[in-house]
Design a protein around this ligand. Sequence first.
Ligand code: 5GP
Ligand code: ZN
Length: 115
Amino acid sequence: MSDNCIFCKIAAGEIPSRMVYQDDQVVAFEDLNPQAPHHILLVPRKHIRTTLDLTTADNELIGHIHQVAGRIAHDLEFAEDGFRLVNNCNEGAGQSVWHIHFHLLGGRDLTWPPG
Ligand code: 5GP
Ligand code: ZN
C-alpha cells in the first residue's frame, strides 16, 4: 500500500468503486470515465508504479491478470465479439495513475491502430 495512491485505496476498499471481481492478488472495477460500453480496470493489489518497474517476481501476477481479464470478458459476454487489454506506460502513452493497471475494453468496434 502506497500513501496517497488512489488505486491502493480502491483495492483496500477505502474509496468506493463499482467492483466486478476481486481476489487476493487483483481487483477489477469499472472505470470512472468509460471509453467503451465495457471499460474495466484490472489493478494488482501490489503497488507497482509502471510496467518498467516489473520484475521477474511479478511474472505470475501479470499472467494471472491477463487470465482474469479474459474470464471477466467471457462472464460479461463480450469476449466473443472482441476486446482489448491495454496498459499505458508513462505520460506519453497517457498514464495518469501511477499504479500499474490494465484497461479491459469491449462492447463496441475497437479500431486499430488505437491512435
Ligand atoms: P491511465 O490514464 O493511467 O491509463 O488510466 C487511469 C484510468 O483511471 C482512467 O481511465 C480514469 O478514468 C480512471 N480513474 C481515475 N481515477 C479513478 C477513480 O477514482 N475511480 C475509478 N473507478 N476510475 C478512476
Ligand atoms: Zn498504489
